[in-house]
Design a binder for this molecule. Sequence first.
Ligand SMILES: Cc1cc2nc3c(=O)[nH]c(=O)nc-3n(C[C@H](O)[C@H](O)[C@H](O)COP(=O)(O)O)c2cc1C
Length: 224
Amino acid sequence: MKIIAIIGSPHGEKGSTAKLTRLVLKGAEREGASTETIYLQGDSVLPCLGCDYCHKKGSCFQKDSFEEIRRSVLESDGLVLASPNYISNVSAQMKAFMDRCSGMVHCIGFQGKYGASVVTSGGGDEEPIADYMNHFMMITGIQSVGSVWATMRLVPGDEFPQDIATRAIDLGKRLVSASKNKEVFPEIRKKMDAFEQRMRTLMQYRKDEWPYEYEYWKKFKDLR
Ligand SMILES: Cc1cc2nc3c(=O)[nH]c(=O)nc-3n(C[C@H](O)[C@H](O)[C@H](O)COP(=O)(O)O)c2cc1C
C-alpha cells in the first residue's frame, strides 16, 4: 500500500502545509502504508501551455518533473493533495500540477485510487479549497475520503492543537482503510458516473484531434 503526498507550497518541507500533511501520513503509516512526499517547489512542474499535445500524444513534452510525478501517482494506491490557501484558492504550484493533469481528467486516468486533501491558511476559508482539490480528484477517478485544514492564526506555538492533529491522523488512517477495503462512496460514484458520460461524449466528438485519448477510451473504457 503506497500513499503519495503532493505539497503545493513554495515553503516545501518547512511549511505549515507539509507539517499538517506529515500527520496525515503518520496516520497512513500506522495502518501499514508506505508513504512518499513530493514537493512542488520552483519550476518542478511548469504551467500548462494549452497546446493539446498531451491529448494527442499521451504525455507532455515540457522538460520538468511532471511525467515522473504522474508515474508515481499511477503506481500508488492513494493520493494526498496539500496546498496553502493562496488568495482563496490553491497555490499556483498546485494549480499548475492540476492543469498538467488535463489528460488524466479526459481519460479519468487515476481511476480506482483513494485520496484526501489538506489545506492551511493564515486566516481561514479553507473548506472551498479542500472541496476543490477533492473535486479535482473525483474528475481524475479518485474517491476522496475527506479533508483536514488548519487556520495558522489560531495555532499557538509549534504544534497543532490536539483536535486538528487527531483529525489529520484519522484522515490518513481512513485513506488507507478505504483503499484496503475498496470502499465505494455512493455520492462520489454518482458524480463520477455523470463525469464519465461527459468525457465519453467529448472523446467521440474529438476523436480525430486527440488520437491518443480516443484510443485509450477504446482500449480501456469500451468506447465504440
Ligand atoms: C501569496 C499568498 C497568498 C495568501 N493568501 C491567503 C488568503 O487568501 N487567505 C489566508 O487566510 N491566507 C493566505 N495566505 C497565508 C497562507 O495560506 C498560510 O501562511 C499558509 O499556512 C502557508 O502554508 P505553507 O507554510 O505551507 O506555505 C497567503 C500566503 C501567500 C504567500
